[in-house]
Ligand binder design. Structure first.
Ligand code: F6R
Length: 620
C-alpha cells in the first residue's frame, strides 16, 4: 500500500527521501513522487510511474534541492497508475502540496463543491480534494487575520481533516511556512522520528530507522507540526496532546537482505530464530503453563470465556484457523474464525463472555482494525496477536501478545505465520491449564516446542532438495493443495503463497472436499500438493491421493513418515522431520513456503514485490 516519508534537517532532503521510499518499497506501489521546498523558496515536485529507480532517473536528469520535503509511494486505488495521479499533489496556487495514504470516501461530494467554487482538478484521485481544501481554508479571507502563516496552515489542515470521511495519513508542505511539515492521521498510520538536528514523518518506521530509533506514534484524530528540532501534537480541534517518545528495538541489519537473494528467502530462513523468539521466556515448567502476561486476563476471566472469535485476513487468518484446532483441543473453548472483512458487516453475535482475537502481522490491516473496533463496540474483550510493536491494532486492543518475529519485509508473509501459530499453541496451553489441562500434557508439549527451531533447521538444510522438486513445476497452470484437520489451513496457506508470488492459479481444500467438485479439474497437467503427515487420518489422505492419481493428476506429497503407498502414488515426495502432532502445522508450512519461493524464482517473478499486492493493506 501507499507509503509516506517526510524529512526536515540540515542536509539535502532528496537523497534521504529516496532512501526512505526504497525502504517502503516492500509495501507494494506502482508510482512514486517527491516534493521539496527549494533553496529559492518554491515547491518543486518530481513524479514517475514504476519503481523508485525510475524516479531517481528523473531526479538525476532534473535535480531537486531543499532541506525539507515529503515523498510518497502510491498503490493505485482511484485512477490509474499514471504520473499525474502520483503524489505529491499540488494546489492551484502552487504553494501547498500534500501526500496521502488511505481512501477519502466522500471525495466525490467534496470535489463537486470545490469545482463549483471554480477549483480545477488535474488528477483522478480521491486525494486531490485534500490539497484543494487546505488551500481553500488557508487563503480563506476569514482565516487571514488568524495570526502567522503557520497558525493559518495549522487551522486550514484542521478544518480540512474534519471534512474528510474515510481514512488518511497525510503530510503537508506550504512554501509560506518553509521550515514546517504538518501531518495528520485518521485510520492510516503515521509515526514521527526524532533525529539529530532533523525530524522525520513516515507511515512506517522502516522509512527512517537508519537515522533514528526515537519515535512518537500519532493516534487517530491527531495532527503534528514538525520543525527541524521541535514537534507539537494536537487533536483535530487544535488542543495540545502530550505524547510519549518511544525507543524502537529493531536493528538496521534486521531490515537488510543480509546476502539473501530476496527478503522472502531471508525471512523463511530466519524461522528457527523467529519461532524461538515467539516462545522464549514464555514456557513456565514449574507452573506447567505458558506466560502471556500481556493478555491481562485473570483465571476467572479465562474460566468465564464461553467462545473465542478469531478475526484476521490472509495468512494471519490461516494462522487463526490452525489456532482453532489446538485451542478447542487443549482448552475446550469453542472457536470461530472469520475473515475480518466479513465479520464487520455480518452483525456478529458477541456476548459478554466472548473473547475476540485479532491476528495481524503489520497491526495496520484496515479490515482487521475495523473488525476489532466493531467487536469492542459490541462489548467484547479484544486481544491482539501482532508482530509490529506499537502498531494501531496492538494499541487499540485490551491486551495481547507480540509474536516477536522481527520486521517482515517480503510481501508474502512467512515467518509471521509460524510465529503466529506458535503463539496460538502457547495460548491454548495457557487457557487449557486454567480450564483443566493436565500438567503432564502441558509440560510435554512445551518441551516439544523447544525442539521446533532444530526441526525447522533440518528442513532449511534440505532446501536444495525442495528446490529441485519446485523447479519441475515452474510454469504449472493450476494447483490444488489439500490437507485434513489442522493441515487444511496449511493447505490454504500453501496455495496462497504459490498464487501470490508465482501467479499460478492455486487453491486449498480439505482433502475430502475434492470429490465434491474440485476433482473435476484434475487431468495430467494439474498439480496437487498433498499434506500428508503421520496422523490417524493418514490412510484417508492416501485414499485422496489415490483418487488424484487415478485421474492422472501430478502429485507432490509432503510427509514426515515413510510410507510405500505415498512413494508409489506421488511424483515427488518432500520429507520433513517428525514432531509432536500439535506442532506439525508449523513444520509443514516450511516446505509450502520454500516450494512457492523456488517455483516463483524459476518463473522469474518479482518475489518480494508481487504484482498488485501490498504488504500492509491499510484500505478496505
Ligand atoms: C499473504 C499476506 C497477506 C496478509 C494479510 C494480513 O502472504 O501477507 O495475506 O497476511 O494481508 O496482513 P496482516 O497480518 O498484516 O494483518
Amino acid at each position: 500500500m501507499c507509503g509516506i516519508i517526510g524529512f526536515i534537517g540540515r542536509t539535502d532532503a532528496a537523497p534521504i527521501l529516496i532512501e526512505g521510499l526504497k525502504r517502503l518499497e516492500y509495501r507494494g506501489y506502482d508510482s512514486s513522487g517527491i516534493a521539496t521546498i527549494s533553496s529559492a523558496g518554491k515547491i518543486e515536485i518530481r513524479k514517475e510511474i514504476g519503481k523508485i529507480v525510475e524516479l531517481e532517473k528523473i531526479i538525476k536528469h532534473n535535480p531537486i534541492n531543499g532541506k525539507i520535503g515529503i515523498a510518497h509511494t502510491r498503490w493505485a486505488t482511484h485512477g490509474g497508475a499514471t504520473v499525474t495521479n502520483a503524489h505529491p499533489h499540488i494546489g492551484q496556487t502552487g504553494k501547498i502540496t500534500i501526500v496521502h495514504n488511505g481512501i477519502i470516501e466522500n471525495y466525490a461530494t467534496l470535489k463537486k463543491h470545490l469545482e463549483k467554487e471554480g477549483r480545477e482538478f488535474t488528477t483522478e484521485t480521491d486525494s486531490e480534494v485534500i490539497v484543494h481544501l487546505i488551500e481553500r481554508y488557508y487563503f480563506d479571507t476569514d482565516n487571514q487575520d488568524d495570526g502567522s502563516p503557520l497558525t493559518r496552515l495549522e487551522k486550514a489542515v484542521s478544518d480540512t481533516v474534519k471534512m474528510l470521511e474515510g481514512t488518511f495519513g497525510i503530510a503537508v508542505l506550504c512554501d509560506e511556512v518553509p521550515d514546517t511539515i504538518i501531518g495528520a492521521r485518521k485510520g492510516s498510520p503515521l509515526v514521527i522520528g526524532i533525529g539529530k538536528d532533523s525530524m522525520f514523518i513516515a507511515s512506517d518506521i522502516n522509512a527512517f530507522v537508519t537515522y533514528t530509533k526515537q519515535v512518537i506514534y500519532l493516534d487517530d484524530n491527531e495532527i503534528v507540526t514538525i520543525n527541524r528540532d521541535t514537534y507539537q501534537t494536537k487533536n483535530f480541534e487544535r488542543a495540545p496532546v502530550s505524547k510519549d517518545i518511544e525507543e524502537i528495538s529493531w536493528d538496521v541489519d534486521e531490515i537488510g537482505r543480509a546476502g539473501y537473494d530476496h527478503f522472502m528467502l531471508k525471512e523463511i530462513c530466519e524461522q528457527p530464530d523467529s519461532v524461538r523468539n515467539a516462545f522464549i521466556g514464555r514456557l513456565l515448567y514449574e507452573q506447567a503453563t505458558a506466560k502471556l502476561g500481556g493478555l491481562k486476563l485473570s483465571n476467572k476471566d479465562i474460566l468465564n470465556i464461553d467462545r473465542i472469535l478469531i478475526t484476521a485476513c490472509g495468512t494471519a487468518l490461516h494462522a487463526g484457523m490452525v489456532g482453532k484446532y489446538i485451542i478447542e483441543q487443549l482448552a475446550g473453548i469453542p472457536v470461530e474464525v472469520d475473515f475480518a472483512s466479513e465479520f464487520r458487516y455480518r452483525n456478529p453475535i458477541i456476548r459478554p463472555n466472548t473473547l475476540v482475537l485479532a491476528i495481524s502481522q503489520s497491526g495496520e490491516t484496515a479490515d482487521t482494525l475495523a473488525a476489532l473496533r466493531e467487536a469492542k463496540q459490541k462489548g467484547a474483550t479484544v486481544m491482539g496477536i501482532c508482530n509490529v510493536v506499537g502498531s494501531t491494532i496492538a494499541r487499540e486492543c485490551d491486551g495481547g501478545v507480540y509474536v516477536h518475529a522481527g520486521p517482515e519485509i517480503g510481501v508474502a508473509s512467512t515467518k509471521a505465520f509460524t510465529s503466529q501459530v506458535t503463539v496460538m499453541i502457547l495460548l491454548a496451553i495457557y487457557f487449557g491449564r486454567v480450564r483443566g489441562l493436565s500438567r503432564d500434557i502441558a509440560n510435554k508439549l512445551m518441551k516439544e516446542i523447544e525442539k521446533l527451531p532444530g526441526a525447522i533447521h533440518a528442513i532449511l538444510d534440505s532446501k536444495e532438495k525442495i528446490k529441485k522438486v519446485a523447479v519441475k513445476y515452474a510454469g504449472t497452470k493450476h494447483a490444488f493443495f489439500m490437507g485434513r484437520n489442522d493441515q487444511y489451513p496449511v493447505a490454504l496457506e500453501g496455495a496462497l503463497k504459490l498464487k501470490e508470488i508465482s501467479y499460478i492459479d492455486a487453491n486449498g481444500y480439505p482433502a475430502a472436499e475434492m470429490k465434491h467438485g474440485p476433482i473435476a479439474l484434475i487431468d495430467e497437467e494439474h498439480l496437487t500438493v498433498a499434506l500428508a503427515p503421520d496422523s490417524p487420518l493418514l490412510e484417508k489422505m492416501i485414499a485422496n491421493i489415490q483418487e488424484i492419481r487415478a485421474r492422472n493428476g501430478k502429485i507432490v506429497t509432503v510427509t514426515d513418515t515413510k510410507n510405500q503407498m505415498i512413494e508409489k502414488l506421488s511424483d515427488d515426495v518432500i520429507k520433513i522431520p517428525k514432531v509432536h502432532p500439535a506442532l506439525k502445522p508449523i513444520l509443514m508450512a516450511l516446505p509450502m513456503q520454500l516450494f512457492a519461493y523456488y517455483v516463483a524464482v524459476a518463473m522469474e517473478c518479482d518475489v518480494d514485490q508481487p504484482r498488485n499486492l501490498a504488504k500492509s493493506v491499510t484500505v478496505e
